[in-house]
Each structure stands twice: as structure tokens, then as C-alpha cells.
Design a binder for this molecule. Structure first.
Ligand code: ADP
Ligand code: MG
Length: 331
């Protein structure tokens, strides 16, 4: 049974960055305004995520890492939405099947916090009282300790995994511009990402990606409501002809979840190639809101790649909005 669980968990948590994503999303779901991440050896030795969110109640600790334990049911009316938002109560459980997990947490109004550890979906010992500041700290150690082949494959790759984690946190920093987020290597004096709550999205992009990206940005928006085909809203910032890069940077949030949509990326690259051939690899930030039941997150086990209901309509609308903007800036 534990082998089956481990294999399933290895599908959900494919690399250190997948664990970081799940932990940071949980912090955001807990209402955090500040998230600090510490990483050792690209995340294989240690991933530590500390937040100032609402914490976890003492009585919830024993089942915290059991599969299908989620506290997020009451936020949504129907089960379908829960599934499509990715609240499956699987992330923490999965991590405990492939790593050692220690949780320290304190809820509002408590004098002290609690600390306990987990393995294979179960709490290892009674929570111990401990000093704690606001929120939750989750420590993930020795990731893939029980998956020798994968660990070996990743051991020489820690630079790459670290870069992936920094990139992920940069994306969160942009979308949640009110959030302060930092990431540092264990023992390092200076963080690799450090944003403080910015006054605007462009400011937060300037902080993370630098002035040349920020200066090139054009606003693009679509609000579409045709109940017979598609309902969605898109707010975006896209680079103009002054931004020249070797590859496209696409930061996409759908219903506040960081996702990939390769069909959308392709459409955008085609528009840029046709209108700004010299700047055909753009920087694109997009936030799309649509009814949760119109998102299919189950295309890929890591849940990053999504497809949308009425995708052709949505892509067509976004395409013409971008075309309009780029043609204007060409004139
Ligand atoms: P899901 O996010 O799908 O509910 P997870 O396995 O990611 O499932 O997390 C399980 C539960 O643990 C969450 O529903 C939440 O109640 C609790 N939890 C996890 N991380 C935190 C956190 N940083 N702060 C508060 N609660 C948390
Ligand atoms: Mg979660």
C-alpha cells in the first residue's frame, strides 16, 4: 500500500518546485500577506515555507496530512468547483509519502503554538507546545529520500531546481502585488527573490523582472459575457516592441491559480510574430477569471497545464485584443 501511495505522490510532486508551489498556495489560501521560503540543495535537502496566515487548529493536526483532508469545502457551493480549483486535500499528504514533514503553527489568540511531524500520511507523535509567531511554518526535508533513482537524477541538478523555485516565486509576487515574498538559499545572507508589497502590478514586475520589462508594458483587457459561448474576464500586461528577449515569458493566472495553457501561449506568439517580428518573444502577464467549472485542470498530473471550456472563443477574443494593442504601438 505504501509503495502505491509513494508512486502516486511522486506523480503529484515531480520536482522540488512542485512541493514549493503547493505549500505557497496553501499559505495564500490561509490569507498570508508575507511568505518566506528557505531552500537547501535545490529543495532536495530542505524546503521551508513560513507564512503569517491563520494557522492550523490543534484539533486539525492529527489528520492534516491524511489524503483527502481539506478544510476548503465550505468556501465553495459545489464539489465540482472544489475539484477545479485543485482543492483535493492531496498535496500535503503526497509530500509526506516522499519526504519528512514538520509543521509548526499557531492560531489567532493562542499563547503558544504546536509542532509535530508526519510520515506516510500520518502524524508521527503528539503535537508539542512551542513558541511560535503568527502563522504556519512547514519544513520539508530529504525530498525523494525513498525514491533512489529520482533523487540521484536530481542531485546534480540543484542549480536548475533552485532557479525553478525562484522563477515560481517571482510569478506569485507579480500576481499578488500586495504580498511580500522572499526566497533564500539556506545559510545565504541575501535572498534570491525579495519583494515587498508593491503599489501596482507594474511596480511589482519592475521589482522582479527589472526596469526594461516594466517600461515596455501595455495594458490589455477583455470582458466577455456571452452565456451561449463563453464568460470570462482578462486583465493583462504585455511587452511592446522595445522588449527583446530570447524566449517568451508567460505568467498566467486563471482564477488566481498559477497555470500553463500552451494553446494560449501559442496564440500569443503567433500574434507577436505577425505584428512585431523583431520582438516576437514577449513578456506576458495575464489574469483570467471565469466560472471555475469551465476550467479543466486534469490534463496533466502536475496540474499546471489547463484547458478551458470554449477555449477557441476565449483565445480568439484575447488574440484580437492583443492584435489591436500591438498594431497601435506599431504606428
Ligand atoms: P488542499 O489545499 O487541497 O485543501 P492540502 O493537502 O494542500 O489540501 O492541505 C490540506 C489542509 O491543510 C488545507 O485544507 C488546510 O486546511 C491545511 N493547511 C495546509 N497548509 C496550511 C497553511 N500554511 N496554513 C493554514 N492551513 C494550512
Ligand atoms: Mg493545497
Amino acid at each position: 500500500e505504501s509503495v502505491v501511495n509513494r508512486i502516486a505522490a511522486g506523480e503529484v510532486i515531480q520536482r522540488p518546485v512542485s512541493a514549493v508551489k503547493e505549500l505557497v498556495e496553501n499559505s495564500l489560501d490561509a490569507g498570508a500577506t508575507s511568505i518566506n521560503v528557505i531552500v537547501k540543495d535545490g529543495g532536495l535537502k530542505l524546503i521551508q515555507v513560513s507564512d503569517d496566515g491563520h494557522g492550523i487548529r490543534y484539533e486539525d493536526l492529527p489528520i492534516l496530512c491524511e489524503r483527502h483532508t481539506t478544510s476548503k469545502l465550505s468556501t465553495f457551493e459545489d464539489l465540482q468547483s472544489i475539484r477545479t480549483m485543485g482543492f483535493r486535500g492531496e498535496a500535503l499528504a503526497s509530500i509526506t509519502y516522499v519526504a519528512h514533514v514538520t509543521v509548526t503553527t499557531i492560531t489567532k489568540g493562542q499563547l503558544h503554538g504546536y509542532r509535530t511531524s508526519y510520515r506516510d500520511g500520518a502524524m508521527e507523535q503528539e503535537p508539542k507546545a512551542c513558541a511560535a509567531v503568527k502563522g504556519t511554518q512547514i519544513m520539508v526535508e530529504n525530498l525523494f529520500y525513498n525514491m533512489a533513482a529520482r533523487r540521484k537524477m536530481m542531485q546534480n541538478n540543484s542549480q536548475d531546481d533552485h532557479a525553478k523555485i525562484v522563477d515560481l516565486l517571482s510569478r506569485f509576487a507579480i500576481h499578488y502585488e500586495g504580498l511580500s515574498i522572499s526566497c533564500r538559499k539556506h545559510g545565504a545572507a541575501r535572498p534570491d527573490v525579495h519583494t515587498v508589497a508593491a503599489s501596482s502590478k507594474v511596480e511589482s514586475i519592475r521589482g522582479v523582472y527589472g526596469p526594461s520589462v516594466a517600461q515596455s508594458l501595455i495594458k490589455v483587457e477583455v470582458s466577455y459575457n456571452d452565456p451561449s459561448s463563453a464568460i470570462f474576464e482578462m486583465n493583462g500586461l504585455i511587452s511592446d516592441s522595445s522588449y527583446v528577449a530570447k524566449k517568451t515569458t508567460m505568467v498566467l493566472f486563471i482564477n488566481d491559480r498559477l497555470v500553463d495553457c500552451s494553446a494560449l501561449k501559442r496564440v500569443i506568439e503567433v500574434v507577436y510574430a505577425a505584428t512585431l517580428p523583431k520582438a516576437s518573444k514577449p513578456f506576458v502577464y495575464m489574469a483570467i477569471k471565469l466560472p471555475p467549472e469551465h476550467v479543466d485542470v486534469n490534463v496533466h498530473p502536475t496540474k499546471r497545464e489547463v484547458s478551458l471550456l470554449n477555449q477557441e472563443v476565449i483565445l480568439g477574443q484575447i488574440q484580437s485584443a492583443i492584435e489591436g494593442k500591438l498594431r497601435n504601438c506599431n504606428e
